[in-house]
Design a protein around this ligand. Structure first.
Ligand SMILES: CC(=O)N[C@H]1[C@@H](OP(=O)(O)OP(=O)(O)OC[C@H]2O[C@@H](n3ccc(=O)[nH]c3=O)[C@H](O)[C@@H]2O)O[C@H](CO)[C@@H](O)[C@@H]1O
Ligand SMILES: C=C(OP(=O)(O)O)C(=O)O
Length: 417
């Protein structure tokens, strides 16, 4: 077990380079299952989730090698179509192998992903899509079992623009007979990156990044090379670090288009933001202004940045309201921030954050990935020492987080018990 210890630090200054996006690379790795032959993916972040999905692919029979941010996968010899509970339990995105396995082998059995600290996270929309494409889907003894004779393209309307369901259905549809149209599809940049990779494999996917995606099925795909987009949430987290510590950070390797909602809110808070070609400089404000935030599917404000902004707003001048509309229970960080002296009350899907003068260091728990990031941010400005437990959540999504923060001048270390 390890704890991350953060002590009050001055304004963070310097530059930080952003890694490839966790939420883009996971579906792309799953997509390599669609074809025989070798795929080479570059800019792959060295994250716990990447290792979990690599182990899952190996379990299915694929060859997977990770070296210097490059992942090579050869899925020519898949011998197993089942993902066990142990691998799915570690990472819900494991369920993304179902679409590719169905497309290529017409059979798949995946342990049913459970809920997690941020919500119940059902998979009904994924299953609705597979059924619409012609699969029989059963849930039996905690497993989802799906099979079909042939997948046949169709029109699928998603009741909510689910990122995972859009990705899983897209991957199932690329080898289907005929055309599939996904309506009310998720529009996140990670969907576009997956579609680009699928097209490099020989697929015919159009409209990714809009709410209607058209997939014309092809007979066969092949391995492909691809470089993953930068992680907009990792970038956003360091941008908030500049804001909360009143520092000056140059965040490199970003796509500004993906950061619009984060940049807009940081400007409202009072930050000075300079947009460059592949970088953004954030200078924190003298006084942090209270702002209201409502999370929404892309291009709205990302739920994966909600906890980090909440940490920032705890020391704002005034009262902010944060509304979480994407997940029904993504407020676990509130009680931890309150243990540090924040004043936040939850009313349904809203959190009312009364800005306070000072946070105080305390022993807290990273209840999930972004909650962990929020606690580090809070720890940077809290009096004394903040000891963060359950750090494995943080390692799911942040590469070298202590080293990066230390290089910006933070007083942070990891202690192994
Ligand atoms: C690995 C990955 O990319 N994770 C991201 C992905 O998660 P994930 O793909 O799981 O998120 P979804 O977009 O599917 O979930 C959004 C909402 O839809 C609901 N829902 C989803 C599927 C379904 O079949 N039925 C249903 O009701 C969920 O419970 C949730 O309330 O998008 C989320 C929303 O931007 C991000 O927070 C996660 O970081
Ligand atoms: C919620 C997240 O990831 P996941 O969907 O993998 O749990 C996240 O990246 O903030």
């Amino acid at each position: 077990m390890a704890n991350i210890i953060v002590r009050k630090s001055g304004p963070l200054k310097g530059r930080v380079r952003i890694n490839g996006a966790k939420n883009a690379v996971l579906p792309i790795i799953a997509a390599t299952l669609l074809a025989e032959g070798k795929s080479v993916i570059q800019g792959v972040p060295n994250l716990r989730d990447v290792h979990v999905i690599s182990d899952l692919l190996r379990h299915l029979g694929a060859y997977v090698k990770y070296e210097n941010d490059t992942l090579t996968v050869d899925a020519s010899n898949i011998v197993n179509f089942e993902a066990p509970y142990d691998l799915v339990r570690k990472m819900r995105a494991s369920f993304l192998v179902m679409g590719p396995l169905l497309a290529r082998f017409k059979i798949s059995k995946i342990s049913m992903p459970g809920g997690c600290a941020i919500g119940t996270r059902p998979i009904d929309l994924h299953l609705k899509g597979f059924r619409a494409l012609g699969c029989d889907v059963d849930i039996d003894h905690g497993f989802v079992e799906a099979r079909c004779e042939t997948l046949v393209g169709t029109k699928i309307y998603l009741d909510f623009p689910s990122v995972g369901a859009t990705e899983n259905i897209m991957m199932a549809a690329v080898l289907a007979k005929g055309t599939t149209i996904i309506e009310n599809a998720a529009e996140e940049p990670e969907i576009v990156d997956l579609a680009n990779f699928l097209n490099k494999m020989g697929a015919n996917v159009k409209g990714a990044g809009t709410n209607t995606i058209k997939i014309v099925g092809v007979d066969k795909l092949h391995g492909a090379n691809h470089t993953v987009i930068p992680d907009r949430i990792e970038a956003g987290t360091y941008m908030v670090a500049a804001a909360i510590t009143k520092g000056d950070i140059l965040v490199e390797n970003v796509l500004l288009d993906h950061l619009k909602p984060v940049i807009a809110k940081l400007r409202e808070v009072g930050c000075q933001i300079y947009e460059m070609e592949n970088a953004v400089r954030v200078i924190g404000p003298k006084e942090i202004k209270a702002v209201d935030i409502k999370t929404l599917p892309h291009p709205g404000f990302p739920t994966d940045m909600q906890a980090q902004f909440m940490a920032l707003l705890t020391i704002a001048n005034g009262t902010s309201v944060v509304i979480e509309t994407v997940f029904e229970n993504r407020f676990m960080h509130v009680q931890e921030l309150n243990r540090m002296g924040a004043s936040i009350t939850i009313e349904g899907r809203s959190a009312v954050v009364k800005g306070c003068k000072n946070l105080q260091g305390a022993k807290v728990n990273a209840t999930d990935l972004r909650a962990g990031a929020a606690l580090i941010l809070a720890g940077l400005v809290a009096e004394g020492e903040t000891i963060i437990g359950q750090t494995y959540h943080i390692d799911r999504g942040y590469v070298n987080i202590e080293e990066n923060f230390r290089s910006l001048g933070a007083n942070i270390e990891r202690i192994h018990e």
